[in-house]
Ligand binder design. Structure first.
Ligand code: URA
Length: 309
């Protein structure tokens, strides 16, 4: 058996294809980063431990992986030996950790709520979200994926989180599942001029991993405010994460789909909501397309009924 040689283009192509099939489809940095060296600054550089508990500012919180091991330790006490010999790993280029990594904390949820509540228009909300540094996902994403479609539409659809194509274009549902969504909309006579589309999470999780509950909590105020500002007549939740986050339920999507629920905004407006299957799921499970088709017919009937009444 021959081992892959980094100088052989065929080996490199095969290695990259292997990474892509495992979900690692992009490099986040040009050069490798020695996280062990970052996490253990030299003794002389370490700040003395505070003598009394100090309330952490956000920028300190972003460096929690640096500071936490030493918190509360008297300055003269030697550090425990490192578990890995960082000197054997090549040094990473120096870069300010705080500027590129945020560690979610409760403060970020509160800040997101405040920013969302203070946004009096979708443009303002987009600006607040673009300036918000409290969600880790922002730092690995290429773009904020805010929305697509018509903000004056009667129908708003909310998915889970952007994927690779959406991250590159900065628009929701532009990849394969987006193409299926366009066909589903067309089947009930709608398109992106007559519908508004957004996601619970506006930044692509690296490698398309599932957003953590904490990331979802941080982003929740933004999508809730976005719904409130659009004020659609009907909401469609595409997939379980959107339904669970916005309909206050822990039921699974196969149980939820096809039944009208209500999304209640912070100001108390009740919006009829139809949970349905996510287009990405339908691509993997085409036998269930008929279920989504039924759900979309329900949505069409509801929109028609609301237009008449
Ligand atoms: N899946 C989602 O939930 N949202 C997108 O924008 C794309 C894929």
């Amino acid at each position: 058996m021959t081992s892959a040689s980094p100088s052989n283009p065929i080996d490199i192509a095969e290695l990259l294809a292997f990474y892509a099939s495992a979900g690692a489809d992009e490099a986040l940095e040009d050069a490798p980063i020695n996280r062990f060296a970052e996490a253990r600054p030299k003794q002389a550089e370490r700040a003395p431990a505070p003598t009394a508990p100090v309330r952490e500012s956000r920028s300190q919180a972003t460096q929690v992986s640096d500071a936490a091991p030493d918190a509360g330790r008297p300055p003269e006490q030697p550090a425990p030996p490192p578990r890995l010999d960082a000197s054997r790993v090549p040094d990473a280029p120096a870069r300010p950790l705080a500027a590129t990594v945020a560690v979610p904390d409760e403060g970020q949820v509160l800040l997101a709520r405040q920013l969302a509540a203070n946004a009096s228009s979708l443009d303002e909300l987009r600006r607040h979200m673009a300036a918000f540094d409290g969600c880790n996902l922002k730092f690995t994403a290429k773009n904020l994926v805010f929305a697509d479609g018509n903000p004056n539409a009667d129908l708003m659809l909310v998915g889970e989180a952007p994927g690779r194509d959406e991250d590159l274009e900065g628009l929701p549902f532009v990849g394969r599942s987006g193409q299926l969504l366009d066909r589903m909309l067309a089947a009930i006579g709608l398109d992106r001029n007559s519908a508004y589309i957004a996601n619970v999470i506006p930044w692509r999780p690296p490698g398309n991993r599932t957003p953590t509950p904490h990331e979802t909590e941080i982003c929740r105020p933004f999508i809730e405010r976005q719904i409130e500002l659009v004020n659609p007549k009907v909401l469609v939740n595409l997939g379980g994460p959107s339904a669970k986050t916005l309909l206050n339920t822990t039921d699974g999507i196969l149980r939820l789909r096809g039944n009208w629920r209500v999304h209640t905004t912070a100001s108390g407006i009740a919006i009829p909501a139809m949970p349905t299957l996510h287009p990405a799921y339908l691509l993997r499970t085409p036998a269930h397309k008929k279920l989504a088709w039924r759900d979309f017919l329900e949505v069409k009937a509801k929109l028609r009924g609301l237009a008449i009444s």
